[in-house]
Design a protein. Structure first.
Length: 117
């Protein structure tokens, strides 16, 4: 099983980034996919979640209206489009897969997002 995040980097406040998470080794369409983030000295928090069919989403209040989660089940990939980025969005962003039948949970290795001028 692998979850490989990409797309992180350094961006100025107000800028945009798109994160990707490529999954392999499990039946992607049977998993709820989520993005979490962890800033230095803080607990890991849920950013956005997406149902296995892609029909239901949920977002942290802090990112509503700025971030969009999506998935492509044909490519076994999820995305996080991040717009209007703020310095407080700086964190390591993790992809998480949670099986709706298996109960298994998998995590990616994380990708760093830094918002700074």
């Amino acid at each position: 099983v692998q979850l490989v995040e990409s797309g992180g980097g350094l961006v100025q406040p107000g800028g945009s980034l798109r994160l990707s998470c490529a999954a392999s080794g499990f039946t992607f369409s049977n998993y709820v996919m989520s993005w979490y983030r962890q800033a230095p000295g803080k607990e890991r928090e849920l950013v956005a979640g997406l149902s296995n069919a892609g029909s239901s989403t949920n977002y942290a209040d802090s990112v509503k209206g700025r971030f969009t989660i999506s998935r492509d089940n044909a490519k076994n990939t999820i995305y996080l489009q991040m717009n209007s980025l703020k310095p407080e969005d700086t964190a390591v962003y993790y992809c998480r897969a949670a099986g709706i039948f298996s109960g298994f949970t998998y995590w990616g290795q994380g990708t760093q997002v830094t918002v700074s001028s």
